[in-house]
Ligand binder design. Structure first.
Ligand code: ATP
Ligand code: MG
Length: 523
């Protein structure tokens, strides 16, 4: 347990009037599987911390003061008993032991210093770099902000992924689900989004929080290495739990992540939080609930799983100006089984979020990566947060891809196509190519705008489909080297002014002139 919290509890307990103790003391009646059932504690609250008195004759105050004090978390309030999960070595808990209320809800220590660190859901630093200096903590559960305290989503979170930023734009304060079968690139989309924030101006760059829920330790470690290599740990916190941990830890992880996010949001800052993933979270909650002997419901999940996830995601918000205008953008991840989005947990989370990015196994295997299924991916609030520049160029992509999908189905049967149809198919294929992107290589929005504008204005026209990505790359290199003012203009102005359009048209012409004869062999 974090020392900050323990110190705080010690202080609070020191002033307690022990004559009122009977209300505050319970007795362990049964214990097992890390869960203790306690008689008494009539006034206890949900998510409150309790401390176990190991009966060595010490006073309660001394018990709490001891360094190895053992804490529990109240998760069930029943008529005669409360059930707590033991946060620590549960073998130390014995029947007949006394238990003391702390009147404090589970909290996590937070501060500026938490950025760049790896923490457990209980706020312990687990990266071996010592505790953080702070005296502030945040409860890991709190009621979400109400409608009057919020404002509209109007500023983008750029993911750096062309297919998303152009067609499924995400706004700051939005909840966008990333959903797909296993190994379809879900985590990669989220990590690339975090990496892409390095292109945002420092003063408005979102703070990122990655919550690993029951992921393999090795996966989380390599993910952190990637973030470090990209320079993204400078603005990122990782809340880590692994598959080998007890289910309550996995259950607490996203709530702890949200609490950290809220700390920054309340200071008027923007936060992006990735919850990887809520399927594992639901499983952990199911397991924990069975141990707590809560009745199972649909697909054996406890009946309040929907409420659990909605109250978690509801905390993602864009705050009003009066409250500082901060935001939390949530990117929960859900793993589906064989693309089945109609299973219980996927439908729940789809209905709670403001849209979904659907990743498809077939597309992934065909080499279309990111494997985004454009047909069923949506963002319900994002387009109001898209930059004007992006809005101007993005419309055409959607149209081209939609036409292409229709023609593609029909293509297999037609042997003899007219020239117009052939041209459309060719163009559609090039857009598909344009939207392919390697992992951990997010593209800042101003470069995306330039590339898409060039595609819309015929830069690929004379070239074979196979050369699309190479042309895009060499064209962007040329712009960066010789026409940097175009990129700067879009980055700062976020608009395609007539002046920029003129420069873009000229750059396309110049590029094409320079490559007139070697479209086949663009090196
Ligand atoms: P899991 O279900 O195991 O959590 P996931 O859906 O999160 O998987 P990732 O781990 O992101 O998927 O990616 C799966 C594999 O695909 C990884 O080996 C990753 O390197 C690769 N991959 C992901 N995105 C791309 C991409 N755009 N280009 C090439 N390879 C990619
Ligand atoms: Mg993953």
């Amino acid at each position: 347990m974090s020392t900050v919290i323990i110190d705080k509890i010690k202080k609070e307990i020191a002033g307690l009037d022990t004559s009122s103790m009977p209300e505050e003391v319970g007795i362990v009646t049964t214990v097992g599987d890390g869960i203790a059932e306690i008689d008494g504690l009539k006034e206890a609250q949900m998510m409150e911390m309790v401390v176990f008195d190991d009966g060595d004759g010490k006073s309660l105050e001394d018990t709490i003061s001891s360094d190895d004090a053992l804490y529990g978390l109240i998760l069930n309030l029943e008529e005669d008993v409360v059930k707590v999960v033991v946060l620590g070595e549960s073998t130390r808990v014995k029947e007949g032991m006394r238990v003391l209320r702390t009147e404090k809800l589970l909290s996590i220590p937070v501060g500026e210093d938490i950025i760049g660190r790896v923490v457990s859901p209980l706020g312990e630093m687990i990266d071996g770099k010592g505790a953080i200096k702070t005296d502030k903590d945040m409860p890991i559960e709190r009621v979400a902000y109400g409608v009057m305290e919020r404002s509209g989503v109007n500023y983008p979170v750029h993911t750096g992924i062309k297919a998303i930023d152009s067609m499924i734009p995400i706004g700051r304060g939005q909840r966008e689900l990333i959903i797909g079968d296993r190994q379809t690139g879900k985590t990669t989309v989220a990590i690339d989004t975090i990496i892409n924030q390095k292109y945002e101006p420092k003063d408005s760059r979102p703070i990122c929080i990655y919550v690993a829920i029951g992921q393999k330790r090795s996966k989380t470690a390599s993910l952190m290495a990637k973030l470090e290599e990209a320079g993204a740990m400078e603005y990122t916190t990782i809340v880590a739990t692994s598959a080998s941990e007890a289910s309550p830890m996995l259950f607490l992880a996203p709530f702890a992540g949200m609490a950290i996010g809220e700390y920054f949001m309340q200071q008027g800052k923007d936060v992006v939080i990735v919850l990887d993933d809520l399927s594992k979270h639901a499983n952990a909650y199911r397991q924990m609930s069975l141990l707590l002997r809560r009745p199972p419901g649909r697909e054996a999940y406890p009946g309040d799983i929907f409420y659990l996830h909605s109250r978690l995601l509801e905390r993602s918000a864009k705050l009003s100006k009066e409250l500082g205008g901060g935001s939390i953008t949530a990117l929960p991840i859900i793993e589906t089984q064989e693309g089945d989005v109609s299973a219980y947990i996927p439908t729940n989370v789809i209905s709670i979020t403001d849209g979904q990015i659907f990743l498809d196994t077939d597309l992934f295997n065909k080499g279309i990566r990111p494997a985004l299924d454009v047909g069923i991916s949506v963002s319900r609030v994002g387009s109001s947060a898209q930059t004007k520049a992006m809005k101007k160029v993005a419309g055409k992509i959607r149209l081209e891809l939609a036409q292409f999908r229709e023609l593609e189905a029909f293509m297999q049967f037609a042997s003899d196509l007219d020239d117009d149809t052939k041209a459309r198919i060719d163009s559609g294929k090039k857009y598909v190519e344009l939207l392919k992107q390697g992992q951990n290589a997010p593209v800042p929005f101003y470069k995306q705008v330039v590339a898409i504008y060039a595609a819309n204005n015929g830069i690929f026209d004379a070239a074979p489909v196979e050369n699309t990505r190479k042309i895009e790359q060499t064209y962007l290199e040329f712009i960066e080297r010789d026409r940097k003012d175009i990129l700067d203009g879009i980055e700062t102005g976020r608009e395609l002014t007539d002046e920029i359009v003129e420069k873009l048209n000229k750059s396309i012409k110049d590029y094409k002139d320079a490559h007139k004869n070697n479209y086949e062999v663009v090196e």
